[in-house]
Design a protein around this ligand. Structure first.
Ligand code: AGP
Length: 613
């Protein structure tokens, strides 16, 4: 997912753009560049590599001026290189573009333009955009109209920002489809454009989120939003509660470590304003759910990707167990092409930290097409998955910067627990005593998570024992089976270890052949209804010479006597136990990655939000 920053106003754009790009580094990228209007000319600095390289270029050959745009690129078409890095200039050298997304018809457009004599200087799909704009300008249109015509000619999903040396008082931008957001920041006598909030938060908290198929003409005094057809739009102005510090690392080495430790606060925020411990009730006002609507629901399909999907695997069990509504979890990239059996009596519940994951948004659109009710559990305020849903549950964790998702995994576990209680209550299928007991259990969450986090030093010792591991298995059952998948993903994505998760009961049907002294097995065995089954699983692994690392409830001497290492967690009601059993696995993956000297916050090949298919 590419990062975009734009500035127009009286100040020098160069440092504003560079600092903004630094705040977007977490999105993952392989090249970077910026363009600034200096003395009537567009000056560009760009190269493959990280922002340190771009800063070096700017220091070696300074540029000052306004407006300015910048870009961090995650290559899709054309290898990471200086010639393929954004920004891209047109043939006249008077117009420049930065772009997030894929021009799906770029080959035919490139052929047409080449036939008309246009010379391309890169291998990217993006370059066709600036040549199309220049063609429209040459026909007599101004930048706004030339951009509008171009936005309607290109296929695919995009975030686009253009500026011209001949119209230096404006920047034109657009959002088309789901290629990541375009956020407009409102300053005093200056305005900002970015692909995500952290890039502009130090300058303003007043933002506008462009909707799909909208464009904006941004001057230092005004932001004019229109549809691509030219109809004026009165956008909603959001006030972002986050502060710039919240998006910084603080005393932690990595964003991921900070966000793991933020989970006491983030889960407290998740509960805030939604749980009345006195009368044992739950309210989720952003769902706009009536008792009548709740009673009409016949099925819930949860859909998401990656970590969010594993959160959905827990939620599926909670909704069936507490609300007794048939519930399934479908990986979004599969659901969108599965011709799903959903209708007006179905809920499609999307879970997404970024709210911009292309597969998840496409799954939502498939649900919409089939008439389903769309709900979403989302962290990024104003993101597409929040905006297109009929009802939402904001995760309320604050910005999650580390590519490996942590607090945005535990928040939806609690959100789905609360949702299940609310659904059952509205449908009249939950007696008061049970409801009060389930709600009361929520009060334990911040404390048990805090106590699990306090054991970080013990986890670090186990990480040292596993630092050279090449393969490992994660096993879980029941409500904690999804935690095996999430724990394995954490290790895979930041330590690059081949970690495989399995429902523990499946081991005897083949995978147990993998067990030997070189295959450490992480067994998630807290005091839950499947505890005894996990004891038996641990015995099976030990009998074959395997090393067992057990996640166990404090005081469980039976497990301690069998396992080679124990990752202790506090006692917790089993329906909420995934919130706490995942903590040591987040820390384990983190510390193994640190010991291995890997890039924890920006793991290779990964992006924070996957806005392409
Ligand atoms: C999780 O650690 C990964 N970064 C990845 O699996 C992520 O959960 C997935 O891409 C979904 O992202 P989303 O929650 O923003 O939709």
């Amino acid at each position: 997912m590419c990062g975009i920053v734009g500035y127009i106003g009286p100040r020098d754009a160069t440092p504003i753009v560079l600092n903004g790009l630094k705040k977007l580094e977490y999105r993952g990228y392989d090249s970077a560049g910026l363009a600034v209007l200096q003395d009537g000319r567009i000056e560009i600095r760009r190269d493959a590599g990280k922002l340190a390289r771009l800063t070096e270029l700017v220091n070696d050959s300074p540029i000052h001026g306004t407006p300015g745009v910048g870009h961090t690129r995650w290559a899709t078409h054309g290898a990471p290189s200086a010639r393929n890095a954004h920004p891209h200039l047109g043939a006249t050298g008077r117009v420049v573009v930065v772009h997030n997304g894929i021009v799906e018809n770029f080959l035919e457009l490139r052929e047409e333009l080449t036939a008309e004599g246009v010379v391309f200087n890169s291998d990217t799909d993006t370059e066709v955009i600036v040549h199309l704009v220049e063609h429209a300008l040459a026909s007599g249109l101004n930048l706004t109209e030339a951009s509008r015509r171009t936005f309607r000619e290109i296929a695919g999903a995009h975030g686009i920002v253009l500026m011209s040396a001949d119209e230096p008082d404006k920047i034109v931008c657009a959002r088309i489809g789901n290629a990541g957001g375009v956020v407009l920041g409102l300053g005093e006598g200056e305005n900002f454009i970015a692909s995500d909030i952290p890039a502009i938060l130090e300058h303003t908290r007043r933002v506008i989120f462009l909707e799909s198929h909208q464009m904006a003409v941004v001057t230092k005094e005004e932001i004019r939003v229109e549809t691509l057809e030219g109809a004026a739009v009165t956008p909603k102005i959001h006030n972002i509660a986050w502060d710039a510090a919240a998006a910084e690392k603080g005393e932690y080495r990595h964003f991921m470590q900070k966000e793991i430790h933020e989970q006491v606060r983030s889960l407290t925020e998740t509960l805030a304003g939604r749980v009345d411990f006195k009368d044992g009730s739950i309210s989720l006002p952003e769902l706009h759910l009536s008792s009548e609507q709740a009673r009409a629901i016949q099925k819930v399909t949860i859909t998401a990707c990656g970590t969010a999907a594993y959160a959905g695997m827990v939620g599926r069990q909670l909704i069936e167990n507490i609300a007794r509504i048939p519930c399934q979890m479908e990986i979004a990239s599969e659901f969108r092409y599965s011709n799903p059996i959903v209708d007006e009596h179905s809920v499609v519940l999307a879970i997404s930290q970024s709210g911009e994951t292309a597969d998840t948004l496409a799954a939502m659109e498939e649900g919409r097409r089939k008439g389903a009710i769309l709900w979403s559990i989302v962290n990024a305020v104003g993101s597409q998955a929040m905006r297109i849903a009929d009802g939402s549950i904001p995760m309320q964790t604050g910005p999650e910067i580390g590519v490996a998702s942590t607090k945005a995994f535990t928040a939806p576990l609690v959100d789905q627990y609360m949702l299940a209680i609310l659904l059952a209550d509205l449908r009249g299928t939950l007696d008061e005593k049970t409801r009060r007991s389930l709600v009361a259990d929520l009060r334990l969450i911040p404390d048990v998570v805090g106590r699990a986090l306090k054991r970080e030093a013990e986890v670090e010792k186990v990480a040292l024992a596993l630092k050279d591991v090449r393969d490992c298995l994660y096993l879980g059952r029941g409500i904690n089976m999804p935690i095996a998948y999430e724990g394995a993903l954490k290790l895979k994505e930041i330590s690059y270890v081949h970690a495989e998760a399995y429902p523990a009961g499946e081991m005897k049907h083949g995978p147990i052949a993998l067990i030997d002294e070189n295959m450490p097995v992480i067994c998630i065995a807290p005091k839950d209804p499947w505890h005894d089954k996990m004891i038996s699983q641990i015995q099976q692994v030990k009998a074959r010479g395997g090393m067992v690392i057990a996640v166990a409830t404090e005081g469980d001497e039976l497990v301690a006597g069998m396992a080679d290492h124990v990752l202790w967690v506090p006692e917790c009601p089993w329906k909420l136990s995934p919130v706490v059993t995942v903590i040591p696995l987040q820390l384990l993956a983190y510390h193994i990655a640190v010991i291995r000297g890997l890039d924890v916050d920006q793991p290779r090949n990964l992006a924070k939000s996957v806005t392409v298919e």
